[in-house]
Design a protein around this ligand. Sequence first.
Ligand code: ZN
Length: 411
Amino acid sequence: MQISKVQLEQVDRQIKRLIAADNFYGKKLRDAGIDGVSTVEEFEALPFSQKQDLRDAYPLGLMAVPEEEIVRIHSSSGTTGVPVIIPYTRKDVEDWAIMFARCYEVAGITNRDRIHITPGYGLWTAGIGFQAGCERLGAMAVPMGPGNTEKQLQMMMDLKSTVLCATSSYALLLAEEIAKRGIRDKIHLTKGVIGSERWSEKMRNRIRTELGIELYDIYGLTEIYGPGIGINCKYDTGMHIWEDYLYVEIIDPETGKNVPDGEWGEIVLTTLVKEGAPLIRYRTHDLSRIIPGECPCGMHHPRIDVIQGRSDDMMKIKGVNVFPKQIEEILASFPELSSEYQIRISHLEGRDTMRIYVETDGTVNFADIARRVAERVKSKIGFSPLVKVVELGVLPRSEKKSKRVIDERFE
Ligand code: ZN
C-alpha cells in the first residue's frame, strides 16, 4: 500500500497550512526545511510526530487555526506527566461524527437501533464520539457512561438496547452479571461495538457467546479525532481505516522504516483534512499490520489487524519482531498449560535466545509439551525458543504483563 496522489496533495496542503499558522508543528517543519511534499519519497522522509511533541505543545500549541474557529478541546488521559490537548474545529467535530456513523453503518447498525453507550464522557474522547456518531446515524443514544452496573442492566432491559458500546473488560463484566442474574432473555442486544484495547480471542469468544451478539472492534485515539476512525466489517478481516480522512503506515519501531504490507510494526497515522490540530506521521505506538489484499466486502479502505500491544513491549529476536501477545496466544492454544508464563531473552554465544517458562500439572509429559510448544512458535513466528516446563504454581503471579518478559540482554 502506498500513499495515493490525492492523499499526497492533501498532506501537502496540511503542511502548508501548518507552516502558515506558525503553530508548534509549523515551526518544527519550517526548521526542518520542509515546505511541502509532492512525491512518495518526500512523504516517507517527513519527520515523525510523537506524543512528547504534543506534551511540549501544552496547552494549546497545536492549534492550527484562529481561536474563533475552535469549538471544543479534548485531552488524553495523561496517566504520566503532562496531558495532551487537542483542539477541534466545527468541521473536525463533524468529520469525526461522519466517520463514526460510517463505523456503525459498516457494523449493520441503523436508525432503528438503540445504542447503549458505556464509555466515559468528558475530556476524554470516548463517550461523546460514540454519541455523535449515533445521532448522525439517527439511532437512539442511551448515554449511560461507565459504572453503576445495576442501573446499566435496568436501562438495558427497559429500553431494549440493541447495541452495546463498551471496553472489552466492561462488556465482559456486564455479560457475567447478566448470566449471574439469569436475565439473558430480557436483554435485546444484537451487537457490540468494542473499543480496540488489546484483548484476547478467548475474551472475545466469551463476550460473544455469553451475550449472543456480533462483535465489532473500533479503532481510534484522542490525538487523531478519537474512536471511530476505523472498524471491522462483517467479514471480520481486520479494521478498515477511513482513507479519505487518514493515511496509515506501518513502520519498524526500531529503524523507523516502512515495512511491507502484512508485516507487523507500529501504526503511524497522518490526518488528511483535519483543521484544529493536524498531525503528520504521528507514531501511535500501537502494534499491528496492514492486511494485504482486498476485503470481500468490497470497501477499499485499508485494513489493520487487531492491536497486538504497544511497540514499547516489542522484542527483537534473531531479527524477527515479536511481542508478548503472539507468544501468549500460542500458549493459550495448549489446554494443558496454565495461563502463567515467563519469557526471558538473553544473548548467549553471539546469539539471541528466548526461553519460555510454562506451567503444567504432573499429568503430562514435560519433554513432549516443551517440544510441541517450541514447534508451534517456530511455525507461527519463525524462530525456535527454548521451552522450559515447570510445575503448576512455580511461576510468580503478577497482574502486570510487563513482568512476564525479562530482557536480560540489557541488564
Ligand atoms: Zn471489509
